[in-house]
Structure formats: C-alpha cells, structure tokens
Design a protein around this ligand. Structure first.
Ligand code: C5P
Length: 289
C-alpha cells in the first residue's frame, strides 16, 4: 500500500494578542506565527477500513479524539470520499501541550498527505479551510512560514520570510490549561499589547532586532504564580545571549531568539540541566501551492 510521510513542523508565537470575546465563545486573536524546524513525522496510508492513528506516546488518543484523525475524517467528508480510511502513524518529537501547535501540525500534515495520496488536487487554501473545522491553529500549519493570524486564529495573511536566526525552545515539565488562561484574560482588562504592526514593518525590513524587541504574548501577564518557572527560564535565555524571549501560545513552552547559531547551541546545552525538554531550531519557509 502506498504511504506518504510528511513533516509536521512546530509553530511559535512571535506575538500573541487577544482582542476580545466572540459570540461563539472563542476569542478574537491577532498573532504573528512562525514555523520552525522541530518536527513530528507523520506517515499516512490509505485503507479500506476506519480512520486510525498510532504514536510513540502511549497517552495520546488513537481515535477521533486525536486531531490527526479528525482531520482525515474532515478531508474525506469534504471531498465526498466514502468507504475509504486512513492509517496514521505519528512519531512525536514536538512537546505535547506546549503551545507549539504539535497536534495542529500533525492534522495539517495529514491533510497535505491525503491530498497527495488520493489525488484530490485541492489547493492549500482549500486545505486551510478544512483545517479550520478541525482546530484554530491548523490553517497556519498547512503552509507554515511566517503569517499573521486573525479571527479565532484561522484567518491567515502571508508575511515576509523570517530573517535567519536560531531559536532555543524550552518546555518545562508542567502543562497549562488553555481554557483556564483564556478565562483569566476575560477577567483582566489588558493594559499592554504587542505592537503587531511594528513587527510586520520590521519583517518587511528583515530587521531581526526590530522584530525581537517587539515580541510579546499577553498570556504572560495573567500567568498564575505557580508557573513562575517560565519567567526564570526566560531570564536564563536572556542571560545566555537571547535577543529576546517569550512564551508560545498558552505555554508552557517558551523560546529565545539568537542571531548566532553557536551561542544558541551553547544556551541549549547550558539549559539541559534546568529543563529536560530543550531544543534548537531554525525558521522554516512558507509552503507555496
Ligand atoms: O480551536 P481549538 O480547538 O484549538 O481551541 C481550543 C480551546 O481554546 C477552545 O475550546 C477555547 O477554549 C480556546 N480558544 C479560544 N479562542 C480562540 C482559540 C481557542 O477561546 N481563538
């Protein structure tokens, strides 16, 4: 049986702003998002059975509770394909529950793989539309690169490629509940917001300094004290030479941006003792149609 392997790259939030609540219960977002070279391997095979997944992590669901399976079902529904199933193998490297879009990127990789395997010939824009039904971050993960996400996070606008740099990503041992953090934002009028327009202008100029000094995630302002380790690691990244450091999504992963690859590798080695899950990565390019 023919199978296709896709890389599911991680996403990081260069900025994250929450503009308000919506009638559908979601939040109105404005985020500059970046795909980076840390990836899960996603292998998809067409079958005549059910949609199933398996992974190297025993605690991940293997049925429709897994967004990768949801994505396959949504693909078959939209393309009107019946009596067809998929076997999805996930080799997870991206930390789970980290704010790095790991599950969303697996789902997007399944959509790209099924489009090739079935010869459905959908455009990546159509895959983004299917992805939006599966999860708010899935449309970004269809193309990656650098994009501005608005709406509930599913409306994408391409931005210039991110300047060359290295990122050091740290995922502390604890995870943070996404709905819990959103509820804290609701009860707390935000006073400081990221300069999203400034980041977009700096991207136009290829100005890494201009981008990094504006990195900002409003969720950091409402983090309960029990998650102070995030600020400790942020200060460590800055001490080790990061141009700036910020939490990604609703955490608990954070990252620092370095303009020097050696310095980034050294920072990762230095942090390994303090944080078991520590990686270096580079920006990845936007996937064109
Ligand atoms: O869309 P997704 O299933 O990834 O969202 C997970 C949860 O995050 C939602 O159930 C909601 O609590 C919260 N969320 C939100 N506003 C958004 C995106 C996510 O409130 N724009």
């Amino acid at each position: 049986m023919k199978e296709i392997r896709e890389r599911a790259y991680a996403k990081l939030n260069i900025s994250l702003d929450v503009l308000g609540t919506r009638p559908d219960g979601y939040h109105e977002m404005r985020m500059v998002m970046l795909g980076v070279s840390l990836y899960d391997n996603v292998t998809v095979t067409l079958t005549d059975g059910a949609v199933r997944s398996a992974s190297n992590l025993c605690f991940l669901p293997e049925d429709d509770k897994n967004v990768a399976c949801k994505a396959a079902r949504a693909f078959f529904a939209v393309t009107g394909m019946e009596n067809v199933g998929a076997e999805i193998k996930l080799h997870k490297i991206i930390p789970v529950c980290a704010g790095m879009g790991g599950g969303s990127s697996d789902a997007a990789a399944v959509l790209r793989a099924l489009n090739k395997l079935t010869g459905a010939g959908l455009s990546l824009t159509q895959l983004e539309e299917i992805g939006a039904k599966v999860g708010s971050d899935v449309p970004f993960c269809v193309r990656l690169g650098t994009q501005l996400a608005t709406g509930r996070g599913e409306i994408m606008e391409r931005l210039p490629e991110f300047p060359d740099c290295s990122v050091v990503i740290c995922k502390p041992d604890f995870s943070i509940s996404t709905p819990e953090l959103f509820s804290k934002i609701d009860g707390n009028g935000l006073k400081v917001r990221p300069d999203t327009a400034g980041i977009c202008a700096a991207l136009e100029q290829g100005d890494l300094q201009g981008i990094t000094r504006r990195m900002y995630n409003v969720f950091e302002d409402v983090l309960p004290k029990k998650y102070d380790k995030i600020f400790e690691l942020k200060n460590r990244l800055l001490d080790l030479g990061a141009m700036n450091s910020v939490m990604s999504g609703t955490g608990s992963a954070l990252f620092g941006v370095f303009d020097n690859d050696d310095m980034a590798e050294k920072a990762k080695s230095a942090l390994r003792g303090e944080c078991r899950s520590c990686f270096t990565a580079k920006p990845v390019r936007y996937i064109e149609d």
